[in-house]
Design a protein around this ligand. Structure first.
Ligand code: ATP
Ligand code: MG
Length: 398
C-alpha cells in the first residue's frame, strides 16, 4: 500500500496573487528538508502539497516529523493512496487504519469529494463506508460529535486518499518569504522562542551571540550553539555569529556610570549586531525582550536601546509573560537546553541598581564620555566568528 504525506495550507491559502511564490518556497523547503531521507516527489494540487516517497525505502516516520516543523503548513496527515473506486476505498480504510480502528470505541467518517466525476457524493461515501467499517469492526459505534477516531476520505484529482485525523502543522508562513533577520541569541529561555516566532512569520534567520571569555565559558557558547541547532530544525541551516565581546564589555565596566551600564551595553550590542546584519543582508534584528521583564526592558530603556542603531528591532515576546514564554519554550523543545546553568555575558558586571527610566540625554552624555568604545565595537564586529549550523550534513550555505 502506497503511503504519502498530505500538507494542508492555512494562512497561505489567503495570499491571492502572491500565493504561487509562497507555495514555491514551501515546496523548495520540503524538498531540501527531506533530501537525506530518500527520494520524495513534492508537488502541489488544489492548494494542497503532496509528498510522495518514490521507492518505498524512505523513512516515513522521520519524514513526517521533519514536515511537522516546516512553517507554512497548517495541518498534515499521513495517508494511504488508493484507486478511485468505492470497494478499494473500503478495503484500504479497513486495513490501513486497522490499528486505530481497533483502539477506538467510537468513530465517524468524513468524506470530501473534490473530483466531482466520482459517482458517489460525500455524504453517501461517509454513510456507506461507515456501515462497511461497522461490519468489519463490530465493537465500534458511530459518534459524529466527539469520536475517538475520524476516518477521512478525500477523492481528489489523481487518486483517493484515506487517513485518520489530521495533526496540526507548525503553521505560519514558509521561511524566507518575509525576508531575512539577525536574531540576538543569548542562551536563555526567551531568545530561542523569539527566533521561533519570527521564523514562523516567514523570516529566514541567522543568529548572533556575544561571548565574553573568560567571564563566560566555552560551555555557555556550546549551549548557544545547541540552541541554534535546535531552531534550525524549524528554519533550516543558518549561521551563528559569535562576537568576541570582552574588550567592549570591560571598557563599559570601567567607564560607564553604574546605573546605566546595562542599557549602554545593550546599545553597544545592537550597534555591533547592526554592522554584522548589514554585512550579511539581514534587514532587521530580533530579540527576546519582554516589556518590563527586567530594568533594561522598561519602555524608557527600550527606547534608548532602539535609538542606538537604525534597523527595526523585532520583539515578538514583548507582550508575553514568563509563564507563557516558558510554555512556548517547552512546546518547541528548547526549554531543557535553555535552563542549563551557564552564565551569559548580559549577567556579568551587572550593577545592583540599574536605572529603569534612563533618558536619551544622559545616555548620549555617557557615550560621549567613552570615546574609546566605537573602535572596540568595530574591532569586535570585525573579529566575529562564523559558526555553521547545518540542518542537513551535506547542505550548502547561502
Ligand atoms: P534570554 O532568556 O533569551 O536570555 P533574558 O531576558 O535572560 O533573555 P536579557 O539579558 O534580558 O536576557 O536580554 C534580552 C535579550 O537580549 C535576549 O532575549 C537576547 O535576544 C539578547 N541577548 C542577551 N544576551 C545576549 C548575548 N550574550 N548574545 C546575544 N544576544 C543576547
Ligand atoms: Mg528576557
Amino acid at each position: 500500500m502506497k503511503e504519502i504525506i498530505i500538507c494542508y495550507q492555512g494562512e497561505m491559502a489567503l495570499k491571492g496573487l502572491n500565493k504561487a511564490t509562497f507555495e514555491a518556497a514551501l515546496a523548495k523547503t520540503l524538498r531540501w528538508r527531506l533530501r537525506p531521507l530518500g527520494e520524495f516527489k513534492v508537488y502541489k494540487a488544489q492548494s494542497t502539497m503532496y509528498i510522495e516517497p518514490e521507492t518505498g525505502a524512505e523513512d516515513m516516520d522521520e519524514a513526517f516529523s521533519r514536515v511537522q516543523k516546516v512553517f507554512g503548513i497548517a495541518a498534515l496527515s499521513r495517508a494511504a493512496v488508493c484507486e478511485k473506486d468505492f470497494a478499494a476505498i473500503c478495503q484500504t480504510a479497513a486495513s490501513y487504519l486497522e490499528t486505530p480502528l481497533r483502539g477506538a470505541k467510537t468513530f465517524k467518517v468524513e468524506a470530501k469529494r473534490s473530483d466531482k466525476r466520482f459517482g458517489m457524493k460525500s455524504p453517501e461515501i461517509s454513510r456507506e463506508l461507515g456501515g462497511f467499517l461497522l461490519g468489519r469492526y463490530p465493537h465500534l459505534s458511530v459518534d459524529v460529535h466527539h469520536p475517538d477516531l475520524t476516518v477521512m476520505v478525500e477523492v481528489r484529482d489523481f487518486a483517493a486518499y484515506v487517513h485518520a485525523d489530521k495533526v496540526p502543522g507548525a503553521g505560519g508562513l514558509p521561511v524566507g518569504t518575509s525576508g531575512r533577520a539577525l536574531c540576538l541569541l543569548s542562551g536563555g529561555i526567551d531568545s530561542p522562542v523569539a527566533a521561533w516566532r519570527m521564523a514562523r512569520r516567514g523570516l529566514a534567520l541567522h543568529h548572533i551571540h556575544f561571548a565574553s571569555p573568560p567571564y563566560t565559558s566555552e560551555r555557555a557558547r556550546l549551549k548557544v550553539q545547541a540552541l541554534a541547532g535546535l531552531i534550525s530544525g524549524y528554519t533550516g541551516s543558518c549561521v551563528l555569529y559569535v562576537v568576541p565581546y570582552t574588550p567592549p564589555q570591560e571598557y563599559l565596566r570601567d567607564h560607564a556610570p553604574s546605573a546605566l551600564f546595562t542599557v549602554l551595553m545593550r546599545r553597544s550590542m545592537l550597534r555591533i549586531a547592526e554592522r554584522v546584519a548589514t554585512e550579511i543582508g539581514c534587514t532587521a534584528l530580533v530579540t527576546g525582550e519582554s516589556l518590563a521583564q527586567v530594568a533594561s526592558q522598561t519602555l524608557w530603556a527600550l527606547a534608548c536601546t532602539d535609538s542606538a542603531q537604525s534597523l527595526p528591532v523585532l520583539r515578538p515576546l514583548i507582550g508575553m509573560d514568563k509563564t507563557e514564554i516558558t510554555a512556548a519554550a517547552r512546546a518547541i523543545g528548547s526549554f531543557e537546553t535553555s535552563i542549563l546553568p551557564y552564565e551569559d555575558c548580559c549577567t556579568i558586571f551587572t550593577p545592583p541598581h540599574p536605572k529603569t527610566r534612563p533618558t536619551p540625554e544622559e545616555i548620549l552624555a555617557a557615550e560621549a564620555a567613552m570615546p574609546g568604545l566605537p573602535a572596540l565595537e568595530a574591532a569586535a564586529a570585525a573579529g566575529v566568528e562564523r559558526v555553521r549550523i547545518a540542518y542537513n550534513e551535506q547542505e550548502e550555505f547561502a
